[in-house]
Design a binder for this molecule. Sequence first.
Ligand SMILES: Cc1cc2nc3c(=O)[nH]c(=O)nc-3n(C[C@H](O)[C@H](O)[C@H](O)COP(=O)(O)OP(=O)(O)OC[C@H]3O[C@@H](n4cnc5c(N)ncnc54)[C@H](O)[C@@H]3O)c2cc1C
Length: 558
Amino acid sequence: MVVRHDVLVVGAGLAGMRAALAAQAAGADVAIISKVYPVRSHSNAAQGGINAALAPDDSWESHAYDTVKGSDYLGDQDAIEILAREAPQAILELEHMGVVFNRDEEGRLGSRNFGGASHARTYFVGDFTGQAILHVLYEQLVHSGIRAYNEYFCTELLRDADGAVSGVTAFDMRSGEVSAFSAGAVVLCTGGMGRVFEPSTNALICTGDGTALAYRAGTALMDMEMVQFHPTTLKSNGALISESARGEGGYLLNRDGERFMRTTAPNAMELASRDVVSRAAQVEINEGRGVDGCVLLDVRHLGAAKIMERLPQIRELALEFAGADMIDAPVPVLPGMHYEMGGIRTDVQGATPLAGLYAAGECACVSVHGGNRLGANSLLETVVFGRRAGEAAAAFARSRPAQPAPESSRADAERALRALVARGGHERSAKLRLEMGQVMTRRVGVFRDDAGLREAERTLVGLRERYADVEIQDKGTLFNQALVAALELDFMLDLARCVVAGALARTESRGAHTRVDHPRRDDATWLKHTLCLATPDGPRVDTAPVSITRWQPQERKY
Ligand SMILES: Cc1cc2nc3c(=O)[nH]c(=O)nc-3n(C[C@H](O)[C@H](O)[C@H](O)COP(=O)(O)OP(=O)(O)OC[C@H]3O[C@@H](n4cnc5c(N)ncnc54)[C@H](O)[C@@H]3O)c2cc1C
């Protein structure tokens, strides 16, 4: 089929649904495309909460400063000011839509402490905040009548004669039918790319599809080397044990029962920012003070009642996947890939330099997280910048109504997919994906150096060559998961190269990016963003200035 809408949103997580609702409220005819049912998007997995300076003794300036400091001064301060200023309104809006945030004894919205924050400003629903918000936004989406194309996999961005983005091609995963969607504006809200690493806290669907589509279309990917490793993930499967465990008062211990954060961050201790805690935990493990490649997370002193009320989901995760009941035993944890701070470079309205293309949420880099994201700022980013991108896309679409996509663009996409499925080969995409993920974790992890990064680059070049020999064994059209996996790997191989290219270029240590061969932050040379641009030979790295409004770089101490 060939369809037309004013605004097309790709991705139905929090950013996508918020963008779609905003675009519709601005008068646009909106459709949303998602490769999974909206409520299965990874936003569903967010546990800890969402930040806002709502309390009378808190201020948006304090939230903004904490975010700037957390970013190791790489975040763009104009964007961070918007994030912090608009946060209270965004939370109240969600509450009015029906999100049942936790309340304190007096019935007011109650918050919890989170890492890197100077005030308890994380609002939450138990330890399943993302799910609670996602379901409420989904109710709004259904109520709005916005057309949802669920289980459609987007494969390409369409361009008009002037080079502007004019829609997408996608196939219905249930039938294999390929469609062209034309639109006055496209908003990419396709989420993170955690699965470039193995393991990761991210769902298997987090493969950076939209990020790669934008890169291929010629937009810059910014600060891709900034990959967040969360200090507390499970060894067996990479699952996340939310920061709320430490926010509620949990300790991190080494083999000798010492709270090792005491030396690294004497004030904030376990609630220093994530890059700081992950490095400290990794040092304990590397220097032989760990337990079986892990450190220990201890919440026993909180008592069973509080654990059951505030942390029920992560208790279950630890029970099932680490065999430890938090109520009476510490849980072995280690730093694991969790979040991509970089992404599609946008302005504060979500606009990319490509006319008609917008991005918001984890796939975008606006940039509010810079070198290190503070916990609970990401859900906030999805709703604040999702709304702004939706509104801007609607305004743009009014100025440039959608032209029907030519049937030839649909037919071309169909032919390319059929050829991919039909081709023979000797490689399996799952094997390549695992090799990619493992080399990324080993060589592009918490600690990096030139030699390791170059090894990762060589491996990725080899994997790209082998990709040409991947055979998709399922030759059918119904729910062809093998085809989906191959397309996702294709996207991820491009993104992995960008992460490595950025990491090689940035010869300093800042935020989550630690170069053991360049251990200091170097503001004179590197207080700037890296940009990756696609060329036939791989990414070309450029740089861009950081926006500084009122907070000059200082040494970071927690
Ligand atoms: C385990 C976990 C816990 C977290 N906890 C917190 C927390 O407590 N607080 C916080 O602030 N942040 C947290 N985060 C981060 C935060 O949840 C995410 O950054 C955020 O939810 C991303 O939202 P999104 O809307 O950008 O993308 P997602 O929710 O990931 O949605 C992406 C959407 O894109 C669609 N899509 C992708 N590719 C395609 C394609 N090719 N075709 C069609 N559709 C496509 C998917 O179907 C999906 O609907 C957590 C992350 C994880 C993994």
